[in-house]
Design a protein around this ligand. Structure first.
Ligand code: F6R
Length: 593
């Protein structure tokens, strides 16, 4: 997590870094800070709180063309001034911002830095002092490389040196860092969206590299000090449009973008009615004996639909794994499994760790991602773009429906069966439009009724249960109401004890075979005081159902039922006056274990 930005060039470094940090605030927003070069010395401004506060405490009275900045999602130490970045070395020579976690920082303190004072509880302050420690015996870039060789963990670092202030050093291991060039300067950031508009070339920094960046000169070296030629790519920044437009929140904007995203996916992946996917990818799946989906959070819940498609349409046994569980466990693998990682950001560390583990074992890796230039894409044999454009709101919305759409197309291509998928996806995009316009008043009404609840339950069976998992995650993460999802049949095996007078229980009903049984399970909860709500598909609806969704193909219903639940979560959070796009304790891109 955390976001870092650095700039060196002829323009005002202060405004470029502050704008970049605003764009990166989705990565963490506990505290923020920056170091700006004023003549020959860097000045530091930092505090707990958001970038808006940093803008207020920054000094605008001097010209500055070099600087580094940071927005923090706290990992080591409380959210306070001392733990905010940048951190400075004891002799005040080196200043650094860090994204990542240094696992051996306590040992490094004992082994090398026992004479040093520490003013924060962070692992990052250890790095800056370790660089100072080595700088006493060698030049700065050697000192940084030497310090890197001692670090265990993940890091993207921007470092400046008061004795050589016209240079930014950057290094990285496991944590994303991208370097962008414009005609008059160089920007380095955790994400492309932090770049100023005039950046026209970029390259993705590899692990275990150091860059020495001057105004118009970038020198990259490996850990041994050998120079490496960077491969720049052209950048079209309009692809990274992150404006909020007329919306108050990114989340609502992104919910309402879903019909367009699905149409974009259809355009990209269909030629007439045929799904167009790289034949080598299809062969790789056909040559495997099992598909293993690996993902976290919303992407994991989307993966359950992938399992459904591959088993039903292709007859391939498929399992979904929580990425963080696979890091430390070694479940029995079949002889020829293939791994499909689903990740909006492509930077989720739990996924990356598992990906590297199974890649090393020689297994083929597919990524379904919204970030085709991400670390995960980089390590994958095949990459499928979910075409959702940048998702800013911390709560994922459009990436859920987009991932399901792409998985359905991949399964169709693998099965080589004639299906009506293209029309059915088109229908989904129309129905989402109808939901957004026609059902909004009903959703708002329901949000008002449930907004003060202590706990809420979603129930369903089969794919409605999986949709409920995602619905519950959305509601809990932005409303802070304790929300859970259960298979409706499981409720009576314990959870029903939690039902009190008026506890909302929301049933999702979109499948014919389970319509009446879910209603019976809901009635059981209502008999114990629950206030039941039903979100149902038109063809299965009872007239008293609360939200009735126009029909779509039975195997795509989570793509529409979840949209209702995304809107419900949004309005509950809105009525509670919560910070919708930046819910407490969270960050968009989870780059720590
Ligand atoms: C929830 C949410 C998270 C992410 C999860 C995985 O709204 O956004 O649960 O889905 O952190 O992130 P990605 O998909 O980037 O790997």
């Amino acid at each position: 997590m955390c976001g870092i930005v650095g700039y060196i060039g002829v323009k005002d470094a202060r405004s470029i870094i502050l704008e970049g940090l605003k764009a990166l605030e989705y990565r963490g927003y506990d505290s923020s800070g920056l170091a700006l070069l004023d003549k020959n010395e860097f000045k530091i401004y930092k505090d707990k709180g958001r970038i808006a506060h940093l803008c207020e405490i920054t000094d605008y009275s001097f010209e500055t063309h070099v600087g580094i900045g940071h927005t923090r999602w706290a990992t080591h130490g409380m959210v306070n001034y001392d733990n905010s970045h940048p951190h400075i070395s004891n002799n005040k020579r080196f200043i650094l911002v860090h994204n990542g976690i240094i696992e051996n920082y306590r040992k490094l303190k004992i082994d090398y830095l026992s004479d040093y004072n520490f003013y924060s509880e962070t692992d990052s302050e250890v790095i800056v002092n370790l660089i100072e420690f080595y700088s006493k015996k060698m030049c700065t870039d050697s000192a940084i490389r030497k310090a890197m060789s001692k670090l265990e963990g993940s890091y993207a670092l921007l470092i400046v040196d008061n004795e050589n202030p016209d240079v930014i050093y950057c290094v990285k291991n496991k944590t994303p860092l991208i370097l962008g060039m414009s005609n008059d300067g160089v920007t380095i950031a955790s994400d492309i969206i932090a770049f100023p508009k005039d950046v026209n070339k970029y390259f993705i920094f590899e692990d275990q590299r150091i860059a020495i960046i001057k105004q118009n000169d970038v020198k990259i070296m490996d850990l041994m000090g050998f120079e490496i030629k960077p491969e720049f790519k052209d950048l079209k920044l309009d692809e990274y449009n992150i404006s909020k437009g007329n919306y108050d929140h990114y989340m609502l904007k992104e919910i309402e973008e879903q019909p367009d995203v699905i149409r974009r996916i259809i355009t990209k992946y269909f030629d007439d009615d045929n799904a167009v996917i790289d034949y080598k990818l299809i062969d790789a799946i056909n040559n495997s004996d099992k598909i293993n989906f690996v993902a976290c959070g919303t992407s994991l819940y989307a993966s359950f639909m992938g399992k459904y498609f591959f088993e039903k349409l292709c007859g391939i046994p498929t399992e979904c794994f929580v990425a963080s569980e696979l890091v430390y466990s070694n479940p029995l693998m079949t002889k020829k499994p293939i791994f499909i990682f689903v990740s909006q950001s492509g930077e989720t560390l739990d996924c990356i760790t598992v990906m590297k583990k199974y890649k090393q074992q020689g297994f083929k890796i597919i990524s379904i991602t919204n970030s085709v230039e991400s670390t995960m894409a980089h390590y994958s044999d095949f990459v499928l773009d979910i075409c959702a454009n940048t998702e800013i709101s911390v709560a994922s919305t459009k990436s859920y429906t987009a991932s399901i759409a792409v998985m359905s197309i991949l399964a169709k291509a693998v099965s080589n069966k004639k299906t009506n998928l293209k029309n059915n996806l088109n229908r989904v995009s129309q129905v989402i439009e109808d939901i957004i316009v026609d059902l909004k008043p009903l959703v708002k009404d329901m949000a008002k009724k449930i907004q003060n609840s202590k706990a809420i339950f979603y129930i369903g069976r089969g794919i409605d249960y999986w949709a409920g998992d995602e619905a519950a995650l959305k509601l809990k993460e932005i409303s802070y109401i304790n929300t859970d999802s259960y298979s409706s049949g499981e409720l009576k095996h314990g959870t029903i004890a939690l039902i009190e007078d008026g506890t909302p229980v929301i049933a999702i009903i979109t499948q014919e075979g389970t319509n009446s049984i879910i209603r019976s399970n809901l009635a059981e909860a209502e008999a114990r005081g629950a206030k039941g709500y039903v979100i149902s598909l038109e063809s299965l609806a009872y007239s008293k159902d609360d939200i009735i969704i126009p029909n779509v193909a039975h195997y795509l219903t989570p793509m529409v039922s979840v949209v209702v639940c995304q809107m419900l979560a949004y309005y509950v959070a809105l009525y509670k006056n919560n910070d919708i796009d930046k819910p407490k304790n969270l960050a968009k891109s989870v780059t720590v274990e």
